[in-house]
Design a protein around this ligand. Structure first.
Ligand code: SAM
Length: 287
């Protein structure tokens, strides 16, 4: 076992979690300080390229499919007929690529506050940006909080909040005001799905998010756990919430008949993610 030589490993030390995570690196590829955050890129020995934002691991070539597939497909298949999708954040464009695999989706608008993230992804994760020129896609750079506040009422079927942790520009993506804007912008039967941190490490935040979503009027909340190898604890989650809707469950047959490829998501994984682990169920039952 190689000892942790400072100059051969990238290590994220998570003070809030009392944990650290390292990936062995060959070299640093790039670094840009944007008006919003510091974006770094590394070439790793075993995980491909690695994007870091303000010291936190964001995306690597090898494992990003877990996250991007679980941030997109469960919500799209849990909606009877999604046409108009908005992604808040998602600057690496991996979630955008997954959404555009759905042929019946008519438009996807992505609003990330920081153009540097997309510029870096275009250069170091071109495979994640492969669908950016799809005529259905609009890639914008603005504050997602403002965008949702100004969005037309009942104009969106699915909102995906692929934001950073609730710090810095991402902080305002986890509160009542933002969820109220999302509820207003969704059509009846619309779905909000948001990356909801680690159910093992961040349960108080996750409960606050769920409570705020319920308080503003969302229903049928589902927190879907999934593996996330490069984030603190390795287990992450996405929380899905509906605006009204008679539709329950998900279009299982459509998942099985889908003509596009995924690396992780399938109907069994979707069903498994709906089987809430006991430690999470106990926490949610006390809501
Ligand atoms: N965790 C994802 C993954 O593993 O692939 C990547 C998350 S994505 C890079 C997070 C994005 O949220 C960043 O690009 C950041 O610029 C964006 N973001 C943070 N606050 C935002 C805001 N208020 N409005 C829009 N985008 C925001």
């Amino acid at each position: 076992m190689s000892k942790l030589e400072a100059n051969r490993w990238f290590t994220e030390i998570s003070d809030r979690d009392g944990s650290a995570f390292s990936l062995r690196i060959n070299k640093k590829l790039d670094e840009v300080q944007s008006p919003f955050q510091k974006v770094e890129m590394y070439e790793t020995t075993d995980f491909g390229n690695l994007m870091i934002i303000d010291g936190c691991t964001m995306v690597s070539t090898r494992e990003n499919f877990f996250y991007h597939e679980m941030m997109s497909h469960p919500a799209l298949f849990a909606h009877p007929a999604p046409k108009n999708v908005v992604i808040i954040g998602g600057g690496d464009c991996g979630t955008l690529r997954e959404v555009l695999k759905h042929p019946d989706v008519e438009s996807v608008t992505q609003i990330d506050i920081d153009e540097v993230v997309t510029q870096m992804s275009l250069k170091y994760f071109p495979e994640l940006c492969a669908s950016n020129d799809d005529p259905r896609a609009t890639v914008m750079f603005d504050d997602g909080i403002k965008y949702m506040r100004d969005a037309a009422a009942s104009s969106i079927d699915i909102i995906i909040v692929d934001g950073t942790d609730p710090v810095g520009p991402g902080e305002g993506l986890f509160n009542h005001a933002f969820y109220t804007s999302c509820l207003n912008a969704l059509r009846e039967g619309g779905i909000l799905i948001q990356q909801s941190e680690s159910p093992l490490m961040h349960m108080p935040l996750l409960k606050d998010m769920r409570r705020a979503m319920k308080d503003v009027g969302f229903s049928d909340l589902q927190t879907l756990p999934f593996p996330q190898p490069i984030y603190p604890s390795g287990i992450w989650s996405a929380t899905l919430a509906r605006k009204g809707s008679e539709f329950a469950g998900f279009r299982e047959q459509d998942v099985d008949n889908a003509e596009f490829a995924t690396e992780y998501y399938n109907s069994g994984i979707h069903k498994g993610a709906l089987a809430t682990p006991n430690f999470m169920r106990r926490a949610f039952d006390s809501e």
